[in-house]
Design a protein around this ligand. Sequence first.
Ligand SMILES: Nc1ncnc2c1ncn2[C@@H]1O[C@H](COP(=O)(O)OP(=O)(O)OP(=O)(O)O)[C@@H](O)[C@H]1O
Length: 593
Amino acid sequence: MVDIKHAIQYFAKYLKRYWLSLSFVVVITILSTYFQVTAPTYMGKAITELANYLAQYMNPATRAIASKTPFYHALEAMMIFFVLTAVTMFISSFLSSRISAQASGRMRIGLFGKLQRMTIKYFDTHQDGEILSLFTSDLDNIFNAMNQAIFQLLSQFALFVGIIWMMFNQNVKMAWVTMASTPVAIIVAWFIISQARRFIDQQQDATGNMNGYINEQINGEKVIITQGLQSQSIAGFLPHNEKVKQATFKGQVYSGMLFPLMQGLSLLNLAIVIFFGSWLVVNDGMGKAAGLGMIVVFVNYSQQYYQPITQITSIYNMLQLAVTGARRLSDIHGQTEEKNPVNGQYLDDLQSDVVLDDVHFGYTDEKEILHGVSIHVKKGEMVALVGPTGSGKTTVMNLLNRFYDVNSGAVKFDNIDVRKFDLKSLRDHVGIVLQDSVLFSGTIADNIKFGKPDATDEEMIDAAKQANIHTFIDSLPSGYATKVDDENSIFSTGQKQLLSIARTILTNPSFLILDEATSNVDTVTEAKIQAAMDNVIAGRTSFVIAHRLKTILGANKIVVLKDGQVIEQGSHEELVAENGFYSELYHNQMVFE
Ligand SMILES: Nc1ncnc2c1ncn2[C@@H]1O[C@H](COP(=O)(O)OP(=O)(O)OP(=O)(O)O)[C@@H](O)[C@H]1O
């Protein structure tokens, strides 16, 4: 029930602006139904008039006055109603498709916009595939439901009511006869649909598991090839495939059964209607012509009568998927967004320092990661953060840029709490070079200018030179215009990081955070990255998360973090002299250099 309430609220939010078009669709659908259910009465009238005409024509006494005009009139009326039915159906379907396309387009924009306002926490705690499926699966299900199910439901329901109403208008006894088999039809349809749904659910689960397996195996392809595990990989795939195959087959058998069965029931009903119709004509003293007409009318109604039952039961599944999709999307819309303070302060330029003041922080309430961390970075200084894996280095970086907010204590720029700054102004002044550099589709130039699209080519080239990547870019056939997804532009980890450094240099941040990624690269690239980092750091206040100690020997201050606490800090020489944790770490590393 909660699902349905959320789904209705979600649909109402996006559909309310189309209320006029929607009302028009409802009116047109009712009109279309009226035309559709009235047309058969003219068909019956045409048969009655034809029978009358034939009776008069066959009788020499009345042959002279026999006229086909009433028959033609009835036929004309029938044609007009059929044409009107087709035209109104077309208008209704056209409008429905337009509303669905526009509304789902807005939903897509709403979802994408919402994602852009979400906190890093959301992205840290949800898998990419899960987020993507909101677009590919949930929004698609909603579009299909809006485009087909909702309007089908409306038109089929109107048709169902319209046929019943017309049948009772025409002949009450025949109406009851036509409707007598309804419970059987509903039970059969419901049973088949629920069976089909069961297997379709199984098919979806099995497909999800199979896709997960494929994803994992493709990601691990290098390990599989290196270790010669290809046949094991295939063997692991087969049971997944078998489950998908079985569930798909059973689901399709049941879904495929619905229409032939309902068609069969409808034909059986037709025979019953003709049988009772003829019985009524004989026993109820109905005129021959009127009786024939009535039978034709009910033959028509009994054929149409099953259509809504079949359609409504078969779109139930589609509606259910859309309700689930709408619930998931409305959940997303309810997620917390990044908190930008009202009338937040603007950070013009860093004047004095960046401080972490007795910071306590945990990603969850249950586990605190940083236990009272205090770090002081003076303007123009380079501070390096070192410590074993999991000690909280990246977490400190997450707080400096306000990806997360502290539980207690504060992060301050020029003695002002970061929570008081306008977020954009804060982030405009904080540059980050992450360990895993990300390139976006587009050219190399687009990628370097990503944070400053209005930069001139000279500025861009200058940044690339400082980042030690200009010579490489220049050597590519298309230079800065090389597409990032070109075969020529398959970048190494080191080159990606150099591009990312160039991107950061171009934005000229006052405060720089570098998550050093020298572990994966060869020594030549490492030296280049080191030089590029030196260039980007020069004269800037910076904070470096260091994995290789030799890169930070010149730091003004080295802060050693262990288990979420600062255990030592000072210059390299001071810390080595202290003979503590850093000194041990340093000597251990030097053995391998
Ligand atoms: N998004 C997250 N949600 C919950 N816990 C997290 C999250 N990110 C990190 N952690 C936990 O916080 C602790 C500190 O992680 P952090 O990434 O800050 O360490 P690190 O010192 O940067 O490690 P490394 O050198 O391996 O990068 C770890 O125990 C980790 O499991």
